[in-house]
Design a protein around this ligand. Structure first.
Ligand SMILES: Nc1nc2c(ncn2[C@@H]2O[C@H](COP(=O)(O)OP(=O)(O)OP(=O)(O)O)[C@@H](O)[C@H]2O)c(=O)[nH]1
Ligand SMILES: [Mg+2]
Length: 326
């Protein structure tokens, strides 16, 4: 079964790091030369300038070529990159790096030409210093773009690899209702679980198997009941998993309200999820059943006849949910 990935992501260096590497290599590059003092200086400085500029241009070319081509990405990943980083911003930064490569190559040509006109070693060193100064200033100008690409590369590399064609169940609900605890109970994976909201900040995966069929379960960051345009990049990841990957949704309610949110608000979110994904089968689950009394359960059954009661922490009700999902 095909896993979809973003592919290889580049290790982006900042301006400072690029300069350090390039100038270090350049200083090691100047090997023995023969001839008059002028000729020796000319050869050494030529090697230094060529090595510094080539190193920087090659490193920057790697950044540009190793970044995934956004047009070729599957729609889910394209939307994910857009939500997490903004594709236009990334394109602009990659464009700035591409432009800087050309400038560095021009500096190499110009300074090497100048080197041919020097009269003595002092002048040769001055030409090399001027080359270094020009390169440094070009890199410093694009440092904000390099930093943005470095951060983006790290964030995108941290995304899990999803299976495109595996039956997929997405767990959604308000923050702190027990989504990650249910992922663990369903799949045995070990997500971070904590007694406060907004613990899960990205999509987390787990798998279970039944009759040689594997099922992919995605745990999402908690959602508040608010319009799409107000959602932050973390919440948007949850929405995108629901939109692109969910065959079924497990929507968790915490009627005990120990999550810190009113049940009425949680039910509003459920209504909105139903409206947004009318084609997707939704299993409504009341978690933290250990904290609910009989009356509350009966009230809930009246409003949501298909509701399933669960205690994700002990696993009670989890097998029944699994059977229904299968
Ligand atoms: N009593 C009780 N507590 C539970 C149950 N399930 C989860 N919890 C607790 O609820 C808290 C939140 O659990 P998480 O699984 O982190 O909740 P979440 O929905 O993933 O939270 P976010 O990632 O922040 O949205 C933790 O302290 C869990 O131990 C349950 O069935 N009963
Ligand atoms: Mg969580």
């Amino acid at each position: 079964m095909e896993k979809i990935t973003l592919g290889k992501l580049p290790n982006v260096l900042t301006a400072r790091e690029l300069i350090d590497i390039a100038f270090k290599r350049a200083s090691e590059a100047a090997t023995k030369a023969e001839g008059t003092p002028r000729e020796v200086a000319m050869q050494k400085e030529k090697q230094r300038i060529a090595t510094a500029t080539t190193t920087i241009a090659e490193q920057m070319k790697k950044i540009v070529t190793d970044f995934p081509s956004f047009l070729d990405l599957p729609p889910f990943y394209r939307d994910l990159v857009e939500a997490i980083e903004g594709i236009d911003k990334l394109r602009k930064s990659l464009g700035a790096v591409g432009g800087a490569i050309k400038v560095v190559e021009r500096i190499r040509r110009e300074q090497l030409r100048k080197l041919k006109t020097i009269k003595n070693p002092t002048e040769a060193a001055a030409v090399r210093r001027q080359a270094y100064g020009r390169i440094s200033s070009v890199l410093k100008k694009i440092d904000c773009h390099l930093i943005l690409l470095k951060e983006a590369s790290k964030k995108l590399a941290g995304l899990p690899d999803f299976y495109l064609n595996m039956p997929t169940i997405v767990i959604a609900g308000y923050p702190n209702v027990g989504k990650s605890t249910l992922l663990k109970a369903l799949t045995g994976s070990a997500p971070k679980i904590a007694p406060y909201p907004f613990t899960t900040k990205g999509l987390q995966l787990g798998y279970f198997e039944h009759n040689h069929q594997r099922y992919q379960v995605i745990d999402t960051p908690g959602l508040l009941d608010r319009p799409l345009e107000k959602r932050n990049p973390i919440e948007l990841q949850a929405i995108l998993a629901l939109k692109h990957l969910a065959k079924s949704i497990v929507f968790i309610l915490d009627p005990s309200e120990s999550c810190g949110y009113r049940l009425a608000d949680q039910v509003n979110l459920l209504t909105n999820v139903r409206k947004s994904f009318p084609e997707t089968k939704i299993f409504v689950v009341a978690n933290k059943a250990d904290l609910l009394n009989k009356e509350t359960k009966e009230e809930l059954r009246k409003v949501h006849p298909d509701i399933l009661f669960l205690t994700a922490t002990t696993g009670e009700g989890v097998e029944e949910l699994k059977r229904k999902l299968i």
